[in-house]
Design a protein around this ligand. Structure first.
Ligand code: UDP
Length: 314
């Protein structure tokens, strides 16, 4: 492995992590992938596993870790990330983003590697400011059903900032807004995986609440491009940047779009809104545009089309 181009991706067998590994391999990096496989899957990295520059290690980053060759970048993505997944694994989620982040920061310090923490739009909670800029502090319930994720990501940001200030590591933070695409687990409970699979199976589409809550959806290839730019661009240590697609849709709009794009005759049924479900979410990406020259290029129609085709095959 080339020490100048050896990188670590935690959560590399997950939905976003596996696409990031593929992109790094395509750019000729040597990739070490850590994943505990609690929500990731080996099937996501089946192609990467055939590449001699890829090494998969099944491990939990909060536990003792194997000895590693010299790393130049550490991408810390490991965490359950869908509402259903982190509520099924609240302790693992809280610990991987807190203790796990500290372990990865220590590793970055030891290797003098550049560090990127993948935070989330969830740190804004149920936002009172719209769209959300990086300067907004958020509106988060510390003891709610989402707190294992929201609060541990907030703490992970704090520790990253602390290691930048106190130990001089080169650390960056991205806040990822709703992302979708192939490899998102069929049963992870997210709105796009649920609605598309329900439509394909001729089942009723489950819209929660009145369906007027909003989200904005970023296709995974755009997101990976943003993560790469955030890592390789010099001079961004200590920066926090939103990555997401600013086109905003209500859940009901999305359900109607899924019905028309799949040609499904499924009905729409309304279920109660889950507790602490944010009423709106949309990134302000002016900082990403300015610092990275990045903005999403894949339209919802294009991305949904690829996602629908993917779900037909799994
Ligand atoms: N949602 C929905 N039907 C579903 C799954 C989710 O209406 O089958 C809603 C959910 O209540 C939320 C939005 O879609 O308002 C996005 O949910 P998701 O779990 O994908 O992401 P998050 O809540 O983390 O943004």
């Amino acid at each position: 492995m080339d020490p100048q181009r050896t990188v670590l991706v935690t959560g590399g067998a997950g939905f976003i992590g596996s696409h990031l590994c593929d992109e790094l391999l395509a750019q000729k990096y040597s990739v070490i992938c850590f994943d505990s496989l609690i929500t990731g899957a080996k099937s996501n990295i089946s192609k990467a596993l055939t590449n001699p520059n890829f090494r998969f290690i099944e491990c939990d980053v909060t536990q003792e870790l194997p000895k590693l060759p010299k790393l130049s970048y550490i991408f810390h993505l490991a965490s359950p990330a869908s509402v259903i997944d982190y509520q099924a694994h609240p302790e693992e989620t809280a610990l991987v983003n807190s203790m796990g982040t500290i372990e990865m920061l220590k590793l970055a310090q030891e290797h003098q590697a550049r560090f990127l923490f993948t935070s989330t739009s969830e740190i804004y909670g149920d936002p009172l400011e719209h769209p959300q800029k990086e300067t907004y502090w958020g509106n988060v319930n510390t003891v709610g059903v989402r707190s294992c994720y929201d609060e541990s990501k907030r703490f992970g940001e704090t520790m990253t900032d602390l290691y930048v200030g106190k130990y001089g590591i080169d650390g960056r933070i991205v806040r990822i807004f709703n992302t979708y695409g192939p490899r998102m687990r069929k049963t992870d409970g997210r709105v796009i995986s649920n609605l598309v699979n329900q439509a394909l199976e001729g089942k009723p589409l489950t819209v929660y609440g009145d369906g007027l809550q909003t989200r904005s959806f970023c296709f995974v290839s755009d997101l990976v491009d943003g993560i790469m730019k955030m890592m390789v661009t010099d001079g961004l240590s200590g920066e926090v940047v939103n990555l997401g697609n600013p086109e905003e849709y209500t859940t009901l709009d999305l359900a109607r779009k899924v019905l028309s794009m799949t040609g499904s005759s499924s009905t729409i049924v309304f279920y109660p809104l889950p507790k602490d479900d944010p009423k709106m979410r949309c990134p302000d990406i002016s900082k990403a545009i300015q610092l990275l020259g990045w903005k999403p290029t894949v339209t919802l129609e294009e991305g949904l089309g690829k996602t629908i085709e993917y779900y037909k095959t799994v």
